[in-house]
Design a protein around this ligand. Structure first.
Ligand code: AVI
Length: 318
């Protein structure tokens, strides 16, 4: 995921950026904290559990779609590329892709070193003879690819609709940066979740078993643990809503009563009904997605969706 896992009891080692984002996010109106901070160890486990939920269609839909389009992908991409995966470690999707394109090398990029080493070792065992060059880095900052793949043509792989967690401006900046890092002749395979009826979208982010609620509320536990907070999680409830104007699911933590707490020695007060905005998950129609890719410097060549049109994979050229 986007952020490293943090062990329990590491309050003194809190990431300064986490502290700044939380204090700033609690002070601003409307209150908002970037979604990247969901992913401590517990948050990463809860996200894995989300991907198996009956209501959360994106992961299984994208994986099935990838399997289905494999032969076409093999034909279009050709062999001999270095596959560069952004936010690597999706244990099921990566082997599907690597199995159908005969890559020359695999470069997983992830901020979590432990996770990266584990998934790289598993991949190397599964594809003997494939050079694997893990890069421990935050791909929201400039990334240097390993010297071994510098002269190879690249295929960027950015599955999961992770691009949807960024505001469109940030998404465009990232696509442009990817184009610079991957170089001339690069190709990009990117997953984007499609706009659909809120009766499907909202339950995907507010499941009956309450796993997404636990994922959202875990942010408060993380703040308490790492930033010496006194937030009572029971004073908040998970809220997921579809913002039609911005074509995104929003997740919030809503105060169910007037609540006062401290974080890092600073006091904050929230009135009942006030929310802390914790995530956006943008959904893209066909044209929106093409415009986004074009603004990011990529020319869309092919779009595939599942039979129900829930999730799309785009192949684009630099
Ligand atoms: C990681 N990301 C693409 C997920 C999404 O669907 O936006 C994160 C998530 N949040 C709640 N459920 C899943």
């Amino acid at each position: 995921m986007l952020k490293p896992e943090i062990e329990d009891g590491e309050a003194s080692l809190a990431d300064p950026q986490f502290r700044a984002d939380v204090l700033d996010g609690l002070s601003r109106r409307p209150r908002a904290i970037p979604a990247r901070w969901f992913y401590d160890r517990r948050g990463s486990e809860l996200f894995e559990a989300i991907t198996d939920l009956p209501e959360y269609y994106p992961t299984r839909t994208e994986t099935a779609l990838l399997r289905e389009i494999c032969p076409a992908l093999g034909d279009m991409i050709g062999r001999g590329r270095a596959v560069v995966e952004f936010g690597s470690g999706s244990s099921t999707k990566t082997p599907v892709l690597l199995g159908c394109i005969e890559p020359a090398a695999y470069v997983p990029i992830d901020i979590s070193g432990d996770f990266l080493r584990q998934s790289s070792a598993a991949l190397a065992a599964r594809f003997p003879g494939l050079p694997v060059h893990p890069v421990e880095a935050d791909f929201l900052k400039p990334v240097a690819l390993p010297a071994e793949v510098r002269t190879l043509p690249k295929l960027g792989f950015f599955p999961g609709s992770t691009i949807g967690n960024m505001a469109p401006e940030g998404a465009v900046d990232l696509l442009r940066a990817m184009k610079r890092w991957l170089g001339d002749g690069a190709t990009l395979l990117i997953g984007m979740d499609c706009i659909k009826d809120p009766s499907v979208l909202v339950p995907a982010y507010d499941d009956a078993a309450g796993v997404t609620a636990a994922f959202n509320l875990n942010l408060l536990e993380r703040i308490n643990r790492e930033l010496d907070g006194t937030i009572p999680p029971a004073a908040f409830r998970h809220k997921a809503l579809w913002n039609d104007e911005r074509a995104r699911i929003e997740m919030h933590l809503e105060a169910v009563e007037d609540v006062s707490f401290t974080v890092d020695g600073r006091r904050f007060t929230m009135a009942a009904g006030e929310t802390l905005h914790t995530e956006n998950s943008h959904k893209y129609g066909d044209r929106d997605a093409r415009l986004l890719l074009a603004a990011g410097g990529w020319t869309p060549r092919r779009r595939w969706t599942d039979a129900e049109g829930r999730f799309a994979l785009f192949l684009a050229e630099a």
